[in-house]
Design a protein around this ligand. Structure first.
Ligand SMILES: CC(C)(COP(=O)(O)OP(=O)(O)OC[C@H]1O[C@@H](n2cnc3c(N)ncnc32)[C@H](O)[C@@H]1OP(=O)(O)O)[C@@H](O)C(=O)NCCC(=O)NCCS
Length: 211
């Protein structure tokens, strides 16, 4: 049984716990920067880095603790920062792959990535660290997805798409083959992207245009 902590106590924490088979993983603590109740009645929550250090100091078990970061939306750089901070504190970044996700045998998945239920990662796709592929999203063959990217629920990236660091693809969006989505760009929910999207650009609609 692997001990797991989750940083972030909102809905994404519940999604992540659901993705971890209870026969193999037990969530032992949750942390959040806001004073909110624990998302789980059976798991304590601690406030911020100070709470983390007091939890760590009072911990009795000696085994390796795995960590995942439940920070979604367009906050990919926060997610990566927290993952690396937890690693510096001795935690082992956990790559979460829901038992009902499809991951091609030659796909490469970075540390701390979260591949959620019914999603598909196709042949030769490459995903960086702390990437979220949300429920029912698909990443087709030969896509290259940078660190901290979030592909929202039901979004579809066609083959050979490149998405740079921290970009956020909203729910149900579609990106046509071989396009490039720049660093920290946002693709709105339901958008159909038919041209490259520049770094930091926000696009919405069908066909997707800037705002
Ligand atoms: C694109 C997006 C980031 C813009 O957010 P925002 O800056 O807060 O935008 P607002 O809600 O203020 O809307 C601004 C305008 O854009 C329009 N708009 C917002 N999102 C849109 C979308 N996805 N498609 C088309 N138009 C959209 C609004 O109707 C509004 O138009 P108006 O100025 O004519 O009234 C956001 O609406 C979005 O689509 N986020 C994705 C959410 C998601 O998929 N989450 C998954 C979480 S797991």
């Amino acid at each position: 049984m692997k001990d797991v902590i989750i940083w972030g106590g909102a809905g994404q924490a519940r999604v992540l716990r659901e993705a971890l088979p209870s026969s193999d993983f037990q969530v032992i603590a949750v942390f959040d920067n806001r004073p909110i109740p624990s998302p789980f009645p059976d798991v304590p929550i601690y406030l911020g880095q100070e709470g983390f250090h007091s939890w760590q100091a009072s911990r009795t078990g000696a085994g390796q603790v795995h960590a995942c970061v439940a920070v979604g939306g367009s906050r990919g750089s926060d997610r990566l920062f927290l993952l690396e901070w937890l690693q510096q504190q001795g935690m082992q970044p956990l790559t979460v792959i829901h038992p009902r996700a499809f991951v091609a045998s030659d796909a490469k998945i970075g540390k701390g990535a979260q591949i959620l239920a019914m999603s598909a990662i196709c042949s030769n796709a490459t995903l960086g660290c702390a990437v979220i592929v949300n429920t029912s999203a698909s990443i087709d063959h030969d896509c290259v997805i940078g660190d901290g990217v979030h592909v929202g629920p039901g979004a579809n990236l066609a083959g050979e798409v490149r998405v740079d660091e921290y970009a956020f693809i909203g729910a149900g969006a579609v990106v046509l083959p071989r396009l490039k989505i720049g660093r920290s760009a946002i693709v709105g929910a339901g958008a159909v992207v038919i041209r490259d999207v520049a770094a930091d650009e926000v696009v919405v609609g069908n066909p997707a245009t800037g705002r």
